[in-house]
Design a protein around this ligand. Structure first.
Ligand SMILES: Nc1ncnc2c1ncn2[C@@H]1O[C@H](COP(=O)(O)OP(=O)(O)OP(=O)(O)O)[C@@H](O)[C@H]1O
Length: 316
């Protein structure tokens, strides 16, 4: 097994009496993308700053590409890290091409790579335009292009899709997947839970400086044990199906309580059930006969899982 690209061991970061991050253990590997989610002030940016070596931990160990990122000798690992900050300001009087050439020079990367990256983020046509005339989405794409200079093995992106329209977001996530497939480690922070669902391999949930959950969405679902929602569509009256299910299947509770409340348009039944009784409900519904037209299953969303983990943490 290869060493993790990012290795945080029992990290604490204090600002005076304020504890920004505490007890964080986090290992990220090559060829994986991870979303870091949490409320404002949860500690996401602080973790990224620690990984970048911009600040030192008050306690614990940070290793990025095998090195302490704060150490002056850590040039190799610093060159292997790309970063897109939450807000990035460029010189408004420079063109996009000039900006990317400037950053390419700083990183010791050939100018041609900057041009290629502008094309990759869809800014070729605007390369000769002053950045001051760019829209927020264009500036964000320019920021992403500078973060990608030098083919970094680790990419840290702080709320990267803010200001991007849905189409740009899709192309942004396509770029992230390509980089991940090519072996990079991608960590991106986000508040947009609906948007990141299915876009990253793992999700890390932070709350008030602590890492309270980490895993694939399937793993988080199995830990959270939230109910699954189901929608069954029938050709005949839905009440008959409800009567067939109710009392025959354990752990089935009808949304809105009363059986009649479970009907929608007379032909649709919404149910919730435990994940472990989901298949039993499907079997029973299928046994109801050919009048069952469709069975849809809605597992808990990342939004719901996030709320559940936060509630659990705050209650416990
Ligand atoms: N330089 C600093 N001095 C003092 N406190 C700080 C400093 N930087 C961060 N903090 C505090 O540390 C905590 C974590 O902040 P951080 O910026 O890491 O959160 P975040 O999860 O990135 O939030 P957001 O989603 O708003 O960007 C907050 O309570 C914040 O006020």
């Amino acid at each position: 097994m290869t060493d993790p690209s990012i290795d945080l061991i029992n990290i604490e970061k204090r600002y005076g009496s304020q504890v920004a991050v505490r007890g964080v253990d986090l290992q990220l590997n090559a060829s994986e993308s991870v979303a870091l989610v949490g409320h404002n002030g949860a500690g996401k940016t602080t973790l990224m700053k620690l990984m970048l070596g911009l600040i030192r931990p008050s306690a614990g160990t940070v290793r990025v590409l095998g090195e302490d990122p704060v150490a002056s000798a850590a040039v190799r690992s610093r060159n292997g890290v790309g970063f897109l900050p939450e807000t990035i300001a460029f010189n408004a009087s420079m063109t996009g091409a000039e900006v990317i050439t400037f950053f390419a020079r700083l990183k010791g990367v050939p100018k041609a790579e900057g041009r290629d990256l502008l094309a990759r983020v869809g800014l070729s046509d605007a390369a000769g335009q002053r950045v001051g005339t760019y829209s927020k989405g264009m500036r964000q794409r320019l920021g992403l292009a500078q973060a990608l200079l030098g083919s970094p093995r680790v990419l840290l992106l702080d709320e990267p899709t803010t200001g991007l329209d849905p189409q740009l977001r899709q192309s942004f996530y396509a770029i992230i997947s390509e980089l991940r497939d090519a072996g990079a480690t991608v960590l991106l922070s986000s508040h947009a839970l609906t948007e990141i669902e299915g876009q990253t391999d793992r999700v890390a949930i932070m709350d008030r400086g602590r890492l309270i959950a980490l895993g694939t969405i399937e793993k988080l679902r199995s830990i959270a044990r939230l109910p699954v929602r189901m929608r069954i569509s029938v050709e005949s009256r839905a009440e008959n199906l409800v009567q067939h299910l109710d009392g025959t299947v354990l752990n089935v509770s009808i949304i809105n309580g009363a059986i009649t409340g479970a009907e929608m348009n007379g032909f649709t039944v919404d149910l919730t059930c435990g994940d472990d009784s989901k298949m039993e409900v499907v079997r029973r519904a299928a046994a109801f006969g050919p009048t069952v037209r469709d069975i849809e299953i809605f597992p808990p969303t990342l939004d719901e899982l996030y709320a559940r983990f936060l509630d659990g943490e705050r209650a416990g």
